[in-house]
Structures are given as C-alpha cells and as structure tokens.
Design a protein around this ligand. Structure first.
Ligand SMILES: Cc1ncc(COP(=O)(O)O)c(C=O)c1O
Length: 432
C-alpha cells in the first residue's frame, strides 16, 4: 500500500480538478469549435492549439498537466484566479447581483476607490462591460461635448471591435482603400506607435486650444502596469489631465467589466442631450466587488512596484539579447512552455504582457529560453553572432528606449511606451 502525504494529496486533488475540468478530449473540442464558433474568432497557436483547463498566478495548465509561463494575459492582472478576487466575487454573488438602477453601496464605493487613483477633475464614472464598450461611450461623450465627429488616432492603434472603433483603429482598417475609410478619422504617426502608442503632450495642447478633447485609452496599460505610475497618461507629466479615461481588461482580473471616467463638464453635456443612459450589466454589485478586490490586491502585494522592478530587470536582460543576437525573429516559445505573442504592423514585435505577479525568476527563465532558441536558430542559419551587429545597435548598448520626448521607457510590465490615445479633434470654437 502507498501512503500519500499532504503535499501529494494537494497535487493529486489539483490533478483530479484539472481532469474534471475537461469535458471532451482535445480533438473533440477542436471539432466542436470549428463547427459552432465563428471562423474569424482566431485561436492562439492555431496550427497546434493549447487546451488550458486551469491557471494560477502567472502559470497556465493544459489538460495533461503541462505548465506554461504566461506572458500573454495582462487581463489576469493580479494573477490568474487570485483567491481574494474569487472570494469577493463569490461572496457578492451569493447575496445579490442586479443592475445599477437600484441603489447599492458597491457602486458608489468602487467609483470612490477608482476616483482616488485619478486627478480630482476626473470624478464621474460610467460603468460598462468591455474595452470596446468603454471606448464607444467615450466617443459619444466627446462628440456630444465638442459638437464634432472628427477624431485623431495613432497609426496602428486598436481601440475595439464595434463599428465606431474599427473606424478609428488603423490596425484593423489599414488594408481598406481611402474611399472605404471614414473621412472624419485622421491618422497620425508617433514614435513607438503600435497598438499602444502615445501622443506627445504638446500636440494634445494644440488640439485643446482648438477646442478638442483628449481620451486616454488605458484599456491595456492602466492599473500600475507601466510601473512608475498607476495610469500611463501620467507619463505625460504630473499636471496632465485627460478629459476622458477608458479602462478595461485588467480592471476585473478576467471578469468582464470596464469603465469610462470623465469630468463633470463632459458628463453634464452628455446629460443635456436629453437621452437617458442605461446599461444592464455595467456597475452591477458583483463587478464592483471584484473591481475593489483587484485594487486591494494591487496595493497589498505592491504589484505596481513589482511591475517596475521586474519590468526593468527584464528590459535589461532583453537588451543583452539584442546585443548578442543579430536575429530576433522566428521565435517558437510555445514548445518551451512559454506563452508569448507577436504584434506590430509586421507582427515582428514580441509582446510581453504577463500577470503583474511575474517574478525576476520568471524573467530569467523566459530570457534563458529565448537565448537558447535564438542561438539554435542562428547556428542553423549559419549566422555569425557578433559580426552582424549594426553600429547603431552597438551605440545603443544597454540604453533604455526613449519616447518622442526623449523620456526613457519606464520599463514596467507594459508592452509599449504608454497608452493608445485617441481624441475628438475639432473645436466648438471652430464651429461657432
Ligand atoms: C488599447 C485597447 N483598447 C480597447 C480594446 C478593446 O477591448 P475589448 O476587447 O475588451 O473590447 C483593446 C483590446 O485589445 C485594446 O488593446
């Protein structure tokens, strides 16, 4: 007979939990997905998809117990299935969940908590359910306030999947001809403009002088991910205040919720249109309980500080790789149990957006595997490791990348220099 200790018992029960989480064998899941799910809903690693049945912290587990280091899921901001977040959601779900047309303390408490992270002027919240919904509402607020529909957006930006946002997301519409594109949308280039870029503050001031307003899309980069600040727009300077901020992804650690925060003036102008705003799920007591738990964990575990420390450490390690390898290209980390995605107009930028509990050991593991793969690849291609380094690369050794204003990338766990920003352009003044 085999005697099983408590550690083994925990491992065994986790294993059986995983087994019970699988309802079909993988082949059947793939078959049913092909049959019933829209083919444009793409899957990660489509040539050999992974079936994830459980996740914890910065790790994801497949149906066979294979454990992957997660560098993809910035949504699981404070770590997959964080017990405090799960508990907060479950406890509130046992008590009540309903829409925000009833008075409930969670709604106002959470609005107060979010407001405390923002400049005083940004004091009015609209709770919604996804990043796209938040940005669509932000556009409506901006259109109503400015009286104009023109938008300036960044090259390669992505702001969401609904019709109004496809129009302002060059990432999605760049293949369309000029006549197919919305003529009110004006695309500008910015250094580091990718899906996540930043517009220099001087340009924003010009827009404001013309009566336009500024929307900071914090859907990817908010909630401490940039490390030095809680919000990426704060990288523009301590005094800089957007007119509207949109939040999503990390806000609920995987629970679908989002928020638009604006000034009293913008909110008042929206109300003056006379149209009531109602959102069935936005700001329900369960979402608000979860949102508050996420804020608590960020604070309690100093995850913003961790993003800064580990982000800088990882940036340093990657800089060394850049110097060492002429080729940072075809990287297949999935086989090494690392989940990572590519981005950018040519899909040649590695996008690191792990949960914020990512550690220096995880960074070492990630970069060790990256180094190994690149070395093998270069050897196979017969590339010389050092001869191919460009002069420019040499001169950039160990410097952190800088943005348009010459500021250094803060080096948090964000995958870009800051938030993607869009704003309504034309002025009330111009029109009157
Ligand atoms: C910057 C940005 N804004 C908005 C969105 C849309 O968010 P959602 O997918 O939750 O609708 C995304 C999604 O990737 C995003 O990256």
């Amino acid at each position: 007979m085999l005697s099983v200790g408590s550690k083994e018992r925990v491992a065994l029960s986790l294993h059986s939990l995983r087994m019970s989480a699988e309802k079909f064998v993988k082949g059947k899941t793939i078959e049913l997905r092909k049959k019933h799910i829209g083919p444009s809903c793409k899957i990660f690693f489509s040539h050999d998809p992974i079936k994830i049945v459980q996740a914890k912290g910065q790790y994801m587990y497949d149906e066979k117990g294979g454990s992957y280091l997660d560098c993809i899921n910035n949504v699981a901001h404070v770590g997959h299935c964080h017990p405090d977040v799960v508990k907060a959601g479950a406890q509130q779900m046992e008590l009540l969940n309903t829409n925000s047309r009833f008075l409930h303390d969670n709604l106002v408490l959470y609005a107060q908590r979010l407001q405390a992270t923002l400049p005083d002027k940004l004091s009015v919240c609209y709770f919604v359910n996804s990043g796209s919904e938040a940005n669509d509402l932000a556009l409506r607020l901006a259109w109503q306030y400015t009286g104009h529909k023109d938008i300036i957006t960044l090259e390669n930006a992505y702001h969401g999947h609904v019709s109004s946002l496809i129009d302002i997301s060059p990432y999605k519409f760049h293949h369309l001809s000029d006549t197919e594109q919305n003529q009110s949308v004006h695309v500008v280039q910015a250094k580091h403009s990718g899906v996540y870029g930043q517009i220099p503050v001087q340009k924003i001031l010009h827009v404001r002088q013309a009566g336009g307003i500024f929307i900071a899309d914090e859907v990817q980069v908010g909630f401490g991910r940039v490390g030095t600040h809680f919000w990426a727009f704060q990288l523009q300077g301590e005094d800089f205040v957007p007119d509207i901020v949109t939040m999503g992804k990390p806000i609920g650690n995987g629970h679908p919720m989002s928020c638009v925060v604006t000034t009293k003036e913008v909110a008042q102008s929206f109300t003056s249109s006379g149209m009531e705003y109602f959102n069935t799920f936005g700001g329900n007591p369960v979402s608000c309980a979860i949102g508050m738990a996420v804020l608590d964990v960020i604070e309690k575990e100093d995850l913003q500080g961790n993003a800064l420390r580990v982000g800088r450490y990882l940036t340093g390690l990657l800089e060394e790789q850049k110097d060492k390898h002429p080729l940072v290209g075809d990287i297949r980390l999935k086989e090494q149990y690392i989940l990572l995605s590519a981005d950018g107009p040519h899909r040649n930028v590695l996008k690191f957006k792990p949960p914020m509990c990512f550690t220096k050991e995880d960074a070492d593991l990630l970069v060790g595997k990256l180094d190994h793969i690149l070395t093998e690849l270069e050897e196979a291609l017969g590339m010389k490791l050092h001869g191919a380094l460009s002069v420019e690369n040499e001169s950039n050794k160990r410097k952190l990348p800088t943005d348009e204003n010459g500021r250094q990338n803060p080096g948090g766990l964000a995958h870009g220099g800051g938030s993607s920003l869009g704003f309504a352009k034309q002025a009330k003044r111009i029109s009157s």
